[in-house]
Design a protein around this ligand. Sequence first.
Ligand SMILES: C[S@@+](CC[C@H](N)C(=O)[O-])C[C@H]1O[C@@H](n2cnc3c(N)ncnc32)[C@H](O)[C@@H]1O
Length: 246
Amino acid sequence: MGLFNPAGGLKYHLRALRYRHHDWWQFRVAIGEWTAQWVPKSSALALVGPSAGYCIPGSLLSRFETVLAFEPDPIARFLFKKNHPTARIEWADDPNFLRVVQTEKGDRVRVLRRFGLPENTPFVFPNFLGQVEALPRTGDDDLKRIADVVAPGPFLTFHNRLSASWSVKSVDRMEQVGRISGAVLAQHFLSEALPKKDSAIEERTLDPFFQRLSELGCDLSQKKWNYWLWPLHPGERVQIVEGIYL
Ligand SMILES: C[S@@+](CC[C@H](N)C(=O)[O-])C[C@H]1O[C@@H](n2cnc3c(N)ncnc32)[C@H](O)[C@@H]1O
């Protein structure tokens, strides 16, 4: 599954090889500046779907004594080491995070204990949550169960919110209190409005996750949400990426 994963794998590595030093560069710098503001008190970090860490700032990894990664792509580990030679990374023996949360019944303490992690371990989802819809799923409740596991502790996610093939109007980052609509994002970043079918995809995917977090008492309405443009497939499609942390 890992190497030809629809949300990563070989194609993603080839694309990264081609673009990461130029077209992706501005996005990676923006992610680095943003993650620098997130300082959870923990010696360990759980990282879900890092691939070879193309968009993960080394400065984030270096703050933790242990980084446990869930990543089913077999060549990602080797390339990760090349991209982050000094990171103290360990690879989960079950790399499929969706299966882990299902097996452990969405119970945070069970998930963390299984991997020997402290109870205050924060989770980082680098461009993973927005893609869950495209992955081989373990059930309809995957995103809700992930929310059950992460909600009691700190977490950070940046994920694809919208994709479009239109020309770009602005590359300026947006920071807003409260989550904003796809239409407003399209208006800010793109030179044309986004058709309904495109704007629906990522919102539908991510809604159960955020809905569950609010049911569990996480008030996201007063949090700062960040938005960046990522030319993931330069010249073809751009992604508008959304990020939040607790
Ligand atoms: C779009 S890529 C993320 C890119 C990466 N975070 C980066 O910084 O460049 C999504 C990643 O999730 C991984 N993945 C897919 N299914 C997974 C699962 N069930 N558990 C953990 N990771 C998974 C894929 O192998 C892929 O590397």
